[in-house]
Design a binder for this molecule. Sequence first.
Ligand SMILES: [Zn+2]
Ligand SMILES: [Zn+2]
Length: 207
Amino acid sequence: MRFCIICGKRTDELYNNMCRECYKENTELVRVPEVINITICPECFSYMFRGKWEKAENPYDIHDVVHDAILRNLAPKVKYIARAVKSMDVILDKSIKLVPYKKSKIDVTLLVEGLVDERVGYFMKSYNLKANIRWRLCPLCFKVKAQVEEAILQIRADGRKLDDDEILRIRNLVEEILYQAYEEEGKSPLIKVEEDKKSGGMDLYFA
Ligand SMILES: [Zn+2]
Ligand SMILES: [Zn+2]
């Protein structure tokens, strides 16, 4: 009779000098990232996958949407250690409050069923990670909103006029933000920039 190096149980059935239970406990099936970033449209619940927007399968349940978005984005980032993986699923705590437009960092569990040693067979293992949920309008919803919403951002110095240097710095900053928006959405939300001579400020018009 031999014994398990972990728990000391006496058995002849050993895998890497461990009993079946300890082997499962101490053998990894996959490696998962600590954090995963997810971007979801707060209006239609489409989500980003590999730089493209994907329609949500069930856009009526925010937990389903977040679940799908995480699983989809996580799967390609999981490194397999197991020789075969039969199933992989994301477990979300349904009591987690998910609110569109509100950034959140949530705990997620990835459940994996995999095979490392034929004699042991398939077994389940769970992995914990965090998911950053970020919200951004998809181009379609952005277009719809652009037709109905308009915003003016007025930039004023308190009790005086903006000087040339300040105007230049604001313009550069705005250009930087718009360039970023253009890169991400393929268009820019700014319609026009006007200097308001009377107040010495700037007005930015957004669609
Ligand atoms: Zn053991
Ligand atoms: Zn959308």
